[in-house]
Write a protein that binds this ligand. Structure first.
Ligand code: NAD
Ligand code: IPM
Ligand code: MN
Length: 362
């Protein structure tokens, strides 16, 4: 039996509330399954920690995280600490230091989840976003000149390296090829006359190595429109850091809301730990009320099982979420229900347990 060491960073706002449910479910599954064990180590890093220590994480925090098999993170950022400080010192820092250059965000409308567009179903909304996660518009490069003067100028530089652009596009081609899906690149070469012209060129070059993959290329503005008007055209999607950030919140809205949107920050070489987190933030407007939807965090946990090679469990978790959604009586307010975070978590756990027990008893 393998023991997986998981670093847990619950973070701020609703982060701890939703992560708690993911941990309970993972623990229950490990007990039922018997193939693995989880050893969770909690790190109380985040905005409260910052207010006490003037830092978002321990000085040697990155070193401490290195020995873990994965990181399970809730959310970072809270009023009282400027967002660019909290995010750059914790979440974005981990993504960068651990070269988690692939951000996998499934946008799939689960059975029973609400959809704001007519005719939305799992057949029409089933996309896999692969977001570049290490550079691009998030390179953190720029300058602030003549601060406060009339000639003040601020630069935010996008950085698209050959290595960085090729590896994310190649990863997307590999995924599409393996899954027998089409691949769509989303860029903006008409206006961004360096970065996105280069992106499009690399997409075309790498594409030549994958003649079996049908490709499409969209400008990001048109892509945003088609995601609503005709989402079926998107299967595997590859895009830059910022476009991926924005479009996956749009996608989340299509697939039941932010309470249902999961993500995995992957270092494919497995040289460093990968990190699993819901794509939503700390939701200060509902924090502390026990009403946050834990399903996004639970979906991220299912991505962790996939990553560890237990795809069967990953699927069963999604199936248990679908049963909870379809049954419809135990849902949080964002999905029109009255249940608490922990009631929803418990419901998924019970459905999972029943499913496993009924299988083994047949
Ligand atoms: P947000 O995702 O926290 O919230 C947007 C809206 O969605 C809010 O109305 C919120 O109540 C709702 N929502 C989000 N998650 C929900 C859930 N699980 N269940 C029910 N409703 C949910 O985005 P924001 O308000 O723009 O940002 C708040 C803070 O979080 C900021 O500091 C921001 O920088 C940070 N943030 C962090 C992450 C992250 O850690 N990965 C992601 C996004 C935003
Ligand atoms: C996300 C978040 C982060 C991002 C923020 C909090 C820096 O919005 O994970 O989607 O932009 O990547
Ligand atoms: Mn985002």
């Amino acid at each position: 039996m393998k023991t997986f060491k998981i670093a847990v960073i619950p973070g701020d706002g609703i982060g701890p509330e939703v992560i708690n449910e993911g941990i309970k479910l993972m623990t229950r599954i490990a007990e039922l399954d018997g193939r693995m064990k989880f050893q969770f180590t909690h790190f109380s890093w985040g905005c409260e920690y910052y207010l006490k220590h003037g830092r978002m994480m321990d000085e040697d925090g990155i070193e401490q995280l290195k020995s873990f098999d994965a990181i399970y993170l809730g959310a970072v950022g809270y009023p009282g600490v400027p967002d660019h400080i909290s995010l750059w010192d914790l979440l974005l820092r981990i993504r960068k230091e651990f070269d988690q250059y692939v951000n996998i965000r499934p946008i799939t409308l689960l059975n029973g989840a609400p959809c704001p567009i007519v005719g939305g179903s799992k057949d029409t909304i089933d996309m896999l976003f692969i977001r570049e996660n290490s550079e691009g518009e998030y390179a953190g490069a720029g300058d602030w000149l003549f601060k406060g003067k009339p000639q003040e100028v601020v630069l935010q530089t996008g950085v698209f390296s050959r290595v960085g652009t090729e590896r994310i596009i190649r990863y997307a081609f590999e995924t599409a090829s393996r899954e027998g899906k089409t691949l769509t690149s989303i860029s903006k070469g008409n206006a961004l006359n360096y970065s996105m012209v280069f992106w499009d060129q690399v997409f075309e070059e790498v594409g030549k190595e994958y003649p079996n993959v049908q490709t499409y290329s969209y400008l990001v503005d048109a892509a945003a429109m088609f995601m609503i008007k005709d989402p079926k055209r998107f299967e595997v999607v590859v895009t830059s850091n910022l476009f991926g950030d924005i479009l996956t919140d749009l996608g989340a809205a299509l697939a039941g809301g932010l309470g249902l949107a999961a993500g995995a920050n992957i270092n494919p070489e497995r040289k460093y730990p990968s990190m699993f987190e819901p794509i939503h933030g700390s939701a200060p407007d509902i924090a502390g009320k026990g009403m946050a939807n834990p399903l996004a965090a639970i979906w991220s946990a299912s991505q962790m099982f996939d990553f560890f090679g237990f795809e069967d469990i990953g699927k069963q978790i999604l199936h248990s979420m679908e049963k909870t959604l379809e049954e419809g009586s135990i849902l949080t307010p964002d999905l029109g229900g009255y249940a608490s975070t922990s009631e929803v978590g418990a419901s998924v756990g019970e459905i999972y347990t029943e499913m496993i027990k009924s299988r083994t008893s047949v």
